[in-house]
Design a protein around this ligand. Sequence first.
Ligand code: HEM
Length: 230
Amino acid sequence: MHKGLTSAVILAQCFGITALTLICVWIIKLSGGIGWDGGEKQFNVHPVTMVLGLVFLYGEGLLVYRTFRGYSKKWIKLLHAFSLFGALLSATVGITAIFQLHNETGEPNLHSVHSWLGLTTYILFGLQFVAGFVCFLLPTPQSIKKVVLPFHQFFGGAILLLVAATCASGIMEKLSEETWGKKVFLGNTAALMIVAFAITVLFIVRWSPWKRPSEDDTGHLLSSNDVSAN
Ligand code: HEM
């Protein structure tokens, strides 16, 4: 691997794994666990699946282009798509859990800054997923792929920042009535770790010396010119 890249990837993994672990300890161990019970357990599904999907799996999906630099672009793309599909599934479970819970308990939907940011993030992620699938996995004309690629790269990074802001605001909201203690400590640290993970992942994917030799990403899975890399 390129000089410095290994250390940066290890650092990112430490931030990501710590964030996910802290959320799981806070929510599963200290807040009653997860379940689909129309109550607190169902709420708990939301933070766990959102962080697993849109923080961890999404971040890993962005990193694969740097961590597997030596492999064929075709397989890395597939790994990228699988990871993002996992992120989409997990996030969809999390969004369904919270909306269904609010509808059942009669709590109003979309009242907070967190919920507005969250819905925007989820919709953008969904659109990016569909656009990426159509443009880069299906045999779309090269000219269209070339136009879409810079937007795909820009929004890929922007969505990760939105995810960090959304998680921080959600954690803040959940902890707003808590007094200082284990839960607040774990939640605050998890928020910090999510932000650190997002920044490290963005640095790794944007830092030009670590980019793959060519920015040309216009091949698709069925084409023979798919060994181009970035
Ligand atoms: C990127 C990740 C996340 C997204 C996209 C997201 C999205 C959403 C959305 C759309 C709602 C509104 C549901 C409704 O109005 O019925 C919501 C509610 C909520 N979320 Fe998240 N969320 C995320 C992560 C988190 C995390 C990590 C926590 C931490 C505990 C959290 C805590 C909450 C809370 C307390 C509510 C209920 C209050 C409210 O509607 O603001 N969320 N979330």
